[in-house]
Design a binder for this molecule. Sequence first.
Ligand code: PA5
Length: 434
Amino acid sequence: MSAITLDLENIKSFLSDEEIESTQDDITRIHEEIEKGNTPGSDFLGWLHLPGAISDKLIDEINGTAQKLRDNCNAFISIGIGGSYLGAKAAVEFINHSFHNQLSTQKRNGPELFFAGQNISSDYLADLLDIIEEKEVCLNVISKSGTTTEPAIAFRVLKNMMEKRYGKEGARDRITVTTDEAKGALKTVAEEEGYETFVIPDDVGGRYSVLTPVGLLPIAVAGIDIGELIEGARSFEKKTANPDMKENPAYLYAAVRNLLYRKGKTIEILSSFHPSLHYIAEWWKQLAGESEGKDQKGIFPASVDLTTDLHSMGQWIQEGNRIIFETFFTVEKSNREITIPRFDDDSDGLNYIAGKSLDFVNDKAYRGTAMAHLEGGVPNMTLTLKDRSPNTLGQLFYFFEKAIALSGNLLGVNPFDQPGVEFYKKNMFKLLGK
Ligand code: PA5
């Protein structure tokens, strides 16, 4: 059963049903061309049938390594950037306890979790070294190209620390590498050192790689059931095999965002109503931004956390330049319920909502916001997730991957390359004297 629903009620005054339906022929054509491998970037379509193709053997291998790391370490560091970082970070933040690392060992499911290599900050890495000083540490270094500077620097520093602390042999047992099967500096290091290695398939690009060992290993170390996650993705792979938008919410979402873009709505704001969605929005921004922002085209993917940002960005969204549309992003059912207590003296004036759950109030905040933004001229739709389970997350990952692949093709760009990312690197290397 689909754990994702898309509500288009607040789009209707901007887009007619006929306009949406008019895109069906293009969508069906692109769907068929993608399936045949006839669209731009077709060398990178490995993600398309990945959920159905993942073998039980690979899942068992990943779970086996994850268990070993969970048994041997109480601090796990995932090193990577972009697609080699955001999927696992999104999963952990979506599913695990909001304060995972602060929980006691008894209450925490597995090691404390850290991320490195996603910036070049001296303070960040130095602070991380402080935090892990007295912990049993394991590392998973992830890079498809095996040459990305940010994770390479973090790995060099952390490897150095590990070898001093555990010796070469000891460090070897605690370091796992996820990279290309044959090429890249990281592959060379892994071979020379004899690190356990997982392979990123050649035909899966970084931002589409969360359901490969790139995402699956750190997610499994975090105690999340990756079998359930894959199961969810598989169910959405089946659901989106049908190009008919009435049956395929990923294509409906892609069609709507493209039609709004053509009407001058060049920024999409993903407005989350649950803090656990924050990093899913970050993952989505990479997916949408790198896939579509090229050839002087593309929707700018932005995100806000609500209701937090209603007290900062809310003003802009309500009354700023009308070049935005909004996708509200909610979870129907929190993991745990808190009810607002009644105070006899009602000194804070909240007794009118006493006895109500926070979910109830949050839902009214969302509805009130959606209405206000619509009145302010912001077309908006709502993506609702049933719950915070791995299965729902698997469905969501696949939903967005399929939607953005189709959306990029509707826009007329290659959604699977990222030539623009090289420009800063060229300048940085020159300045560094590489
Ligand atoms: O989507 C992409 O391919 C990129 O954003 C990469 O994920 C990112 O640059 C990290 O690359 P790598 O995994 O090669 O270190």
